[in-house]
Design a protein around this ligand. Structure first.
Ligand SMILES: Nc1ncnc2c1ncn2[C@@H]1O[C@H](COP(=O)(O)OP(=O)(O)OP(=O)(O)O)[C@@H](O)[C@H]1O
Ligand SMILES: [Mg+2]
Length: 644
């Protein structure tokens, strides 16, 4: 705490850094800045594209996660650092957004089209738009004509007949013309001496309405275009003559969003006339000034969003064709990957005031429900299998991995990801589960599933949808969770069986090593020379689905890894090599399962059983359970899992 600065110091330092970033000069000085770095004159789309890509990107396949590799082996998808920590499982959507900005930055047709995000409620449309806005706020300042309500590019001050020459000298293209306000000021205050016009550095700011404009859906009975293009100040109309730009309040969203972006929320809730201003702003890069003040040049990224129903309604109306042609549609479906869905809730929880304990598998179970509700049925497999395949898991059925191509499954669907349970619904369920368990201050798969069931029962849903949802919750997920729980409890018990684990491990090593080196195994007791027991090796490896030719590689890798470890002076135990540890634990589990059942259910335990039980509880506590939920899940297991 000692190193904390005093308040005064903090304020002073902040002021100093802010001051150092302030810049004010004449157009003449600004021209020198442009000569030194022409990129400061970037148009809006190019600025956003640079902002997204400057953090870098990498191929989605550049990862150690085999699940991701399996899923995306045929896709050349990129993951952008700019979005990476906040958006999960919508890499396709993001790459389409980036592609839009890329073409637009090269002044392709996209630079004159609206970016329209379409997707179901809570799929992240607003968050994507906000992310872009926050990105702008973090950028270096732009240079603008001082006092311009639209933060105009100062190069607009250069007279038409000299522009070619300036363009050559500066290495930039000059686009657009002065707004009526600046044109008037130039004439009145500077005459022909435009080079003296002051220029300032301006930071993007949503709150201060600098370079970021937002258009909420407007009441259809009260559609006033001033929200978009500003208005004439009636009080000033008495002072100035009609046509005097000093009456103009250029404070509409399209004005203040100049140089940056304008967001249209629930865009198709607005009247079509309203949308025309949006379209001319992108297509022609001009908007009308209020009253009789002609047209104003604008340079801004227009991002609009709404849900699919509104889009379909809008599309069905043929009078809207002209607008449709000027829209780049990017679908923002729900994420369908379990691991990523969990990350979404972790993120939301992290950013909220939610301060309760979250038991293991809670978010996983809730996420499973969300994803199941979003999947279209397939005749190739059940939905839980589909969920796992979409998550990149190998699904083992009757001892064999299921050979189903994820891409084929996806190709069979029509609207997958565009319907189902939203992220917000799940968050509400987590909140409800917590308010039902205030004293425990903990949410767990059991109370969250209950909360979900109650919410589904109360929700305004078509009967068959509700029925389907309840089946997921009461049947599919119930079974799935019990399986998870059984494994977890059994695993926790395995720690009472360390000795057995170690001896399995030693045996495996001896035999695997002999197998790999084509030698014999010397029995530790009898000193007998034995051929390596392949049947035994296999019985361990098959626990983690390592079979056939893969087994040879597994043995070699394992041996090499452990050898390297022991040469480095490490003490080798069955926990040293993760895949082998997992295999051994699984192998042990089958024999431990029965005993865990007996001990967990027992009302009275003998000394040995008590000590095993305590070790198990201790292990669960070390693995993320809290004193409250550990008892909830154990009771649940005793009542549901091992019914006699
Ligand atoms: N794929 C995702 N990755 C990360 N976060 C997500 C994702 N999808 C949704 N979210 C989160 O879910 C919450 C709801 O998203 P958001 O408000 O952006 O949805 P929306 O599409 O604008 O919904 P609506 O149509 O109701 O306005 C946000 O906290 C958002 O960050
Ligand atoms: Mg939204």
């Amino acid at each position: 705490m000692e190193s904390q600065p005093s308040f005064e110091q903090l304020i002073k330092e902040d002021r100093a850094t802010r001051d150092s970033r302030k810049w004010r000069g004449s157009l003449l000085e600004y021209l020198e800045l442009v000569r030194a770095d022409p990129s400061i004159t970037k148009l809006a789309h190019a600025r956003v594209f640079g902002m997204i890509t400057r953090g870098g990107s990498r191929d989605i396949l550049e990862t150690d996660e085999p699940r991701v590799k399996r899923l995306y082996k045929d896709d050349a998808l990129k993951v952008y650092d700019f979005f990476r920590d906040e958006f999960f499982g919508i890499e396709k959507t993001i790459s389409q957004i980036v592609r839009y900005f890329h073409s637009a930055s090269l002044k392709g047709e996209e630079s004159r089209q609206v970016l329209y995000l379409m997707g179901p409620v809570g799929s992240g449309k607003s968050s994507l738009s906000e992310k872009l806005q926050r990105g702008l706020e973090g950028l270096d300042p732009i240079y603008a004509i001082e006092g311009c309500p639209m933060f105009e590019e100062p190069l607009h001050l250069l007279p038409r007949h000299l522009r070619k020459e300036f363009e050559k000298m500066l290495g930039v293209h000059i686009e657009g013309d002065l707004c009526p306000v600046c044109r008037f000021r130039l004439k009145e205050e500077f005459g022909t001496r435009y080079e003296e016009f002051p220029v300032v550095a301006k930071y993007f700011s949503k709150r201060n309405r600098v370079g970021v404009g937002v258009v909420p859906p407007v009441d259809p009975n009260n559609q006033d275009t001033s929200v978009l293009i500003g208005s004439e100040d009636i009080s000033k109309l008495d002072v100035y003559s009609e046509g005097d730009p000093r009456v103009l309040d250029l404070n509409g969203a399209l004005n203040v969003g100049n140089r940056g972006m304008v967001e249209f929320i629930e865009v198709f809730k607005n009247e079509t006339e309203y949308l025309h201003a949006m379209i001319t702003a992108t297509q022609e890069k001009i908007i009308p000034a209020p009253g009789r003040h002609g047209m104003v040049y604008v340079d801004t990224v227009i991002v609009a969003h709404s849900n699919e129903a509104e889009w379909q309604k809008f599309k069905a109306d043929h009078t809207n064709e002209a607008i449709l042609d000027r829209i780049v549609v990017v679908k923002v479906p729900y994420n369908l990957r379990l691991s990523e869905e969990v990350k979404i809730y972790q993120k939301i929880i992290r950013n909220s005031d939610f301060r309760a304990h979250v038991a293991p598998h809670t978010l996983e179970v809730a996420s499973m429900f969300a994803i199941l509700s979003r999947l279209e049925p397939s005749n190739k497999c059940d939905l839980m299998t589909k969920l796992k395949l979409y998550n990149g898991e190998e699904v083992v059925e009757k001892g064999k991995t299921k050979k189903l191509d994820v891409q084929e499954l996806r190709d069979d669907t029509k609207r997958e990801g565009m319907f189902g349970i939203s992220t917000r619904f799940i968050m509400k369920a987590l909140d409800n589960a917590l308010s039902d368990n205030v004293e425990g201050n903990c949410i767990n798969p059991i109370n969250v599933r209950e909360a979900l069931i109650n919410m589904v029962k109360e929700a305004d849903l078509p009967d068959d949808t509700r029925k389907g949802h309840l089946e997921f919750l009461q049947d599919v997920l119930h079974k799935e969770y019990l399986e998870l729980l059984e494994k977890e409890i059994t695993k926790a018990f395995v720690y009472s069986y360390m000795e057995q684990a170690e001896s399995l491990f030693q045996n495996y090593l001896d035999h695997a090593e002999a197998y790999v080196n084509k030698t014999k195994v010397k029995d530790r007791n009898t000193k007998e020379e034995l051929t390596p027991d392949e049947g035994f090796l296999k019985s361990i490896e098959e626990q983690i689905a390592t079979i056939g030719s893969a087994a040879d590689g597994f043995r070699q890798e394992g041996i090499a890894y452990l050898w390297a470890g022991s040469r480095g002076g490490e003490k080798i135990s069955y926990r040293s090599y993760e895949p082998l540890k997992e295999a051994i634990e699984k192998k042990l589990m089958s024999s431990v399962r029965e005993i865990s059942r007996v001990i967990t259910k027992a009302r009275t335990r003998d000394e040995d059983q008590s000590s095993k039980y305590d070790t198990m509880v201790q292990n669960l506590l070390e693995n993320g359970y809290c004193p409250s939920c550990v008892h909830v899940v154990l009771k649940y297991a005793a009542n549901n899992l091992w019914k006699d």
